[in-house]
Design a protein around this ligand. Structure first.
Ligand code: GRF
Length: 250
C-alpha cells in the first residue's frame, strides 16, 4: 500500500458499453442521472423536487458525486435518500478560459468516476455546479451524455465570441469561472443561463435550452446569481425532459 492509497482495491474501467443489453444484469429503461456537484446543490435540489413531484416521469437520480465532502448538496442528497459519494479530485479548474487536458488517457479520478457511473448504470451525466474539468478521453466514453449548466448565455452551437439576445443586441459570451461577474463587469443589460452538451472545450458545446434574464440596476454578483439560480432551477428540469427524448441516452 503506498502513502496515497487507503486500501488495495484497484479501480478499473469496465470496457462494457453501458448502452448494450447485458444478460444476467437488470437493465434499466429509465433515465438514470448521475449528478456531479461541488457546492450548494440547489440545482440538484430542483431535480430532486421535480422527481418527487412526479414532474419527470421515468427519471431517477442514480448517483450524486461530489468532489467536496462539505458541499451542501451532499446533505441535500442524504436527506432525500439519494445515493451520494464523496470523491476527492486531483485536478483543479485553474482559470477562466482553461482548456480541458487533451492527453489520451483518463486521469486517476476520471477512471474512478467512470467505474462508478457504470456501476450505478447512469445514462445521463449532469454537471450541476461541478467545478472540475472532464477530459476529452472521459467525454468520448459518454457521447452526448454529459450536460452542463452554465450561468451565462451561449450561442446555439456553443462556439464563438458573440451571443445575440432576443431583442437583437450582440453581447460577449462569458465562459469559464465567474461568468456572472464577467457579465456585470462587461456592463451588459441582459445575461442568463444555458444548459449545453459538454465538449472538451470549456462551455462551448451545443445548447439544449437557455433563458435570458435582465440585469437590474444595483445588481451585485450575489443578487444576480441568486436570481439566475431561480431561472436555472426550471431550466435544468426542462433540459432533462429534452434529453429524455433523445435516443442516445437510453
Ligand atoms: C449554478 O449557477 C451553475 O450555473 C454553475 O454553478 C452553479 C451551481 O449552483 N455552473 P448550485 O450548486 O446548483 O446551487
Amino acid at each position: 500500500m503506498n502513502s496515497n492509497s487507503q486500501c488495495s482495491f484497484e479501480w478499473k474501467v469496465s470496457q462494457r458499453k453501458h448502452t448494450q443489453d447485458d444478460p444476467g444484469e437488470p437493465r434499466h429503461s429509465s433515465l438514470r442521472l448521475g449528478v456531479l456537484i461541488s457546492g450548494s446543490g440547489s440545482n440538484l435540489q430542483a431535480l430532486i423536487d421535480a422527481i418527487e413531484a412526479k414532474q419527470l416521469p421515468g427519471v431517477e437520480i442514480a448517483l450524486v458525486v461530489s468532489n467536496n465532502a462539505h458541499a451542501q448538496g451532499v446533505q441535500r442528497a442524504l436527506k432525500h435518500n439519494v445515493p451520494v459519494i464523496y470523491m476527492p479530485w486531483e485536478q483543479k479548474l485553474a482559470g477562466a478560459h482553461i482548456s480541458a487536458p487533451s492527453k489520451g488517457e483518463l486521469s486517476h479520478s476520471e477512471t474512478k468516476l467512470t467505474s462508478l457511473l457504470h456501476l450505478f448504470q447512469v445514462n445521463l451525466i449532469v454537471l450541476a455546479g461541478w467545478m472540475r474539468i472532464l477530459s476529452a478521453p472521459f467525454l468520448e466514453q459518454f457521447p452526448r451524455q454529459v450536460i452542463n449548466l452554465h450561468p451565462a448565455l451561449l450561442p446555439n452551437d456553443g462556439t464563438g465570441p458573440i451571443y445575440t439576445t432576443r431583442d437583437g443586441t450582440r453581447i460577449p459570451v462569458f465562459r469559464g469561472l465567474h461568468a456572472v461577474r464577467q457579465a456585470l463587469q462587461a456592463g451588459v443589460k441582459v445575461t442568463g443561463s444555458t444548459v449545453h452538451y459538454v465538449t472538451p472545450e470549456v462551455d462551448a458545446g451545443p445548447v439544449i435550452c437557455r433563458a435570458e434574464l435582465p440585469i437590474e440596476p444595483g445588481d451585485t454578483e450575489e443578487s444576480l446569481h441568486e436570481r439566475l439560480k431561480k431561472v436555472e432551477h426550471r431550466l435544468i428540469v426542462e433540459a432533462i425532459r429534452i434529453c429524455g427524448k433523445q435516443p442516445y441516452v437510453k
